[in-house]
Design a protein around this ligand. Structure first.
Ligand code: UT7
Length: 329
């Protein structure tokens, strides 16, 4: 058996895609008993993008993937694996969206699979990809694509105002030079499995054949878990490296609710300005929220070589995931 050499895994390219159609909070107030004032003050959301009839998880994910590949200068044929994270696969449950996208891209030498870790799926995807790349160094494409608008009950004001559709992607490449993906923290509390759930699986004969498949959520329970998760991820990352908040350029949080960030900021020594927030324009796009934010930050010129970032996410499961990244593009 050969000794494995440890390589550094870098984010070589990013891309994102959101549907054209936008629903504002005033549009939501025509559907349910809500208001722009309530939604903004309780969540920070002002609008969300939603797909049209021709779009789905694969088409949106493929757009984001093409942009990430172009940004990285990697051809689809060079990819070793396509990993897709999604809570809204086009088929339940096979074929995977990863296989759909692998076919659309012509990534003919790549393995392909979907990874199920809800909103932290992107972070889980990075960690899994890095592990795989220690054995097979070919580039890996991680795509997070979510069509939340087809899973929510548009008559339930508790959930329908919170989510949006979108996709984000990164291409990972190995290099000898240090940087890229660093310390990670993944975890779960399965005792909270029903705090966010959606029927439609084979749990019972009835759910398999008749369940409506609407997203159901205990918002308060998720909120509390989210605040704890953000604080743990950030505190443990700082402790691992011996950093203070001054050593971190940006926290890129899962975009679920600005009040979750406010609550975390009260408990940890990282100021609000270091959290990148774009939930006002995209709402909660589940696992796509961090790669969409990252791509937007890159396009705005906010990321400098050597910047230290921390991605932090939580979601259904309940699961959480965080990873430190040194920006090397
Ligand atoms: O990616 C992970 C996914 N999930 C999350 O991140 C969710 C985390 N949780 C949250 O973001 C917040 O808990 C929510 C935004 C979901 C709710 O905010 P809250 O401050 O925790 O409100 P609440 O659940 O305590 O509800 C307060 C009231 C309720 O009315 P009553 O029962 O007190 O009369 C709700 O019916 O607010 C009402 N409400 C609304 N009112 C107007 C809930 N949604 C709306 C709405 N418009 N859209």
């Amino acid at each position: 058996m050969e000794e494995l050499a440890v390589a550094f895994t870098h984010i070589a390219g990013t891309g994102s895609a959101v549907p054209q159609k936008v629903l504002t909070n005033d549009d939501m107030a025509k559907l349910v008993d809500t208001s722009d004032e309530w939604i903004v003050s309780h969540t920070g959301i002002r609008q969300r993008h939603v797909v049209g009839p021709e779009e789905n998880a694969a088409t949106l994910g493929c757009q984001a993937a093409r942009r990430a590949l172009e940004d990285a200068g990697v051809a689809p044929e060079e990819l070793g694996t396509v990993i897709v994270t999604t809570t809204t696969p086009d088929y339940a449950i096979y074929p995977s969206v990863a296989c759909e996208i692998q076919g659309m891209l012509g990534a003919k030498h790549a393995a392909a699979f979907d990874l199920s870790a809800a909103c932290p799926g992107f972070v889980y995807g990075l960690v899994v990809a890095r592990g795989m790349m220690q054995v097979d160094p070919r580039p890996i494409l991680v795509v997070s694509t979510e069509i939340m608008s087809r899973t929510i009950n548009w008559g339930d004001r508790n959930t329908c105002c919170l989510f949006g559709d979108g996709a984000g992607a990164v291409v990972l490449k190995n290099a000898d030079a240090p940087g890229g993906l660093g310390f990670h923290l993944l975890g779960a509390d399965g005792t909270g499995a029903l705090a966010i759930h959606r029927e439609g699986g084979v749990r019972t004969e009835e759910t398999a054949r008749n369940a409506p498949g609407d997203l159901k959520m205990d918002g308060r329970a998720v909120f509390n878990f989210a605040v704890r998760s953000f604080c743990d991820i950030i505190a443990q990352t700082l402790e691992h490296y011996g950093w203070t908040e001054k050593d971190v350029a940006w926290i890129v949080p899962h975009q679920a609710n600005t009040r979750i960030i406010d609550a975390a900021v009260k408990r940890i020594a990282v100021p609000h300005e270091k959290f990148y927030v774009n939930i006002d324009r995209f709402a909660n796009t589940s696992s796509a929220s961090i790669p969409i934010a990252l791509d937007e930050m890159k396009q705005k010129g906010l990321l400098k070589r050597g910047d230290r970032l921390v991605f932090a996410a939580f979601g259904a499961g309940l699961v959480y995931g965080g990873i430190a990244v040194e920006w090397t593009k």
